[in-house]
Design a protein around this ligand. Structure first.
Ligand SMILES: Nc1nc2c(ncn2[C@@H]2O[C@H](COP(=O)(O)OP(=O)(O)O)[C@@H](O)[C@H]2O)c(=O)[nH]1
Ligand SMILES: [Mg+2]
Length: 356
């Protein structure tokens, strides 16, 4: 993930650094406070003399000395001041890099605001510019994921069965994600049942049954064309009767323009009252994944998001943006087509992958 974005960010940061280097320098003398213990005293005095020699233009009488445990010395620093216009110009490369990599406009605006805060109309030490930009980006990205997370394993301790509904558009990865989640639960010593509530698309029930037999997990199904709310209801009853930990409900892919299918989804929610309603979206579709999740949220109020196909998403903007824009946590990322290819979303990993 982030193969393109990482490279673009690196280039944008060095281009900003170069542009800042073209802004005129102001030389300033700043005071640095050093602890003066008996052992350090001699060293401090020597350094002070050295600094004084370097900063010849400062008249001796202006150098204030503080008695006691601390000693002030003076240091010459090269600073630059970036004004609003400079900032617009230097932010341009970063903005383009982010846009090209599917980052949502809201997120770009936040990155810009935060960066402006630390860069504009302040004396900036030349040699620290790169670190200032990287620190600011890192802090902004941390902020993007402030929304409260969802810990499925923890939730199973308070709710039995824990009922989870998976929704999304066609082909986003719902059915295979359910299999991965079931496998993940199994590894955590939790039992689950799979519910074939996609009674709409040809082959969907068989697809879930194949996963069920590979995992040795029960699949509850009705016939194609039957009411998905009814099969979901039966599945939940089965889980209650058999003391199964988690109910995983697969559903048909749908778009928000598909009125009948949206009504059908709302009915499933009314009938089984899922504990979690999770949107499964493809990270490769970028901003479309955000729009889709907002539409599903409007229809049934989502609790979280799973982003699929992050293994083939070289841009990664959707995973940076979706949580901030929708205010929903990303619970898992899926990273391939095998059962094992699912991982808890980890913002530290995102920051590391971005190389900042
Ligand atoms: N590379 C990759 N492919 C995935 C991932 N998740 C799902 N797929 C593939 O996407 C296609 C559609 O998945 P499916 O689960 O049938 O989607 P559904 O229509 O939403 O149920 C299948 O070919 C999956 O193998 C993933 O994380 N990485
Ligand atoms: Mg499916």
């Amino acid at each position: 993930m982030f193969k393109f974005l990482k490279e673009k960010l690196k280039n944008a940061i060095s281009s900003i650094t170069k542009k800042v280097e073209n802004i005129p320098i102001e030389e300033k003398v700043q005071e640095v406070i050093i602890e003066k213990t008996p052992e350090k005293k001699e060293k401090v005095v020597k350094e002070k003399q050295k600094k004084k020699a370097e900063v010849k233009e400062i008249p001796e009488k202006e150098i204030k000395e503080k008695k006691g445990f601390f000693e002030k010395i003076r240091e010459k620093v090269q600073t630059t001041s970036i004004n609003e216009n400079d900032f617009e110009e230097i932010f341009y490369d970063l903005e383009v890099a982010l846009l090209e990599n599917n980052t949502a406009v809201e997120v770009i605006e936040k990155i810009k605001r935060d960066l402006k805060e630390v860069l504009v109309d302040k004396p900036i030490e030349r040699k620290k510019i790169k670190t200032i930009i990287q620190d600011s980006l890192r802090n902004t990205i941390e902020d993007l994921f402030k929304v409260q997370g969802v810990d499925i394993i923890k939730l199973t301790k308070t709710k039995k069965p824990l009922t989870i509904l998976f929704v999304g558009v066609n082909g986003s990865g719902k059915t295979s994600t359910i299999a991965k989640v079931a496998n993940f639960l199994k590894k955590n010593n939790l039992t689950s049942v799979l519910i074939a509530a996609d009674t709409f698309r040809a082959g969907s029930i068989q697809q879930l049954e194949e996963w069920g037999s590979r995992l040795n997990i029960k699949v509850i199904k009705h016939d194609y064309g039957s009411d998905p709310a009814a099969v979901a209801f039966d599945g939940k009853k089965y889980a209650e009767a058999h003391k199964i930990d988690v109910v995983l409900i697969d559903t048909a892919g749908r778009q928000h323009s598909n009125v009948n299918l949206i009504e059908e989804m709302k009915k499933i929610v009314r009938v089984v009252k899922p504990d979690l309603k999770i949107f499964v979206g493809e990270s490769i579709v970028g901003n479309d994944a955000i729009t889709q999740s907002e539409e599903f949220d409007n229809a049934i109020e989502l609790d979280g998001i799973i982003l699929t196909k992050s293994d083939i998403d070289e841009k990664g903007g959707a995973s940076l943006s979706i949580s901030y824009v929708t205010k929903k946590p990303i619970i898992f990322l899926t990273t391939g087509q095998e059962l094992k290819d699912i991982e808890y979303f980890d913002k530290e990993k995102i920051i590391k992958n971005l190389g900042i």
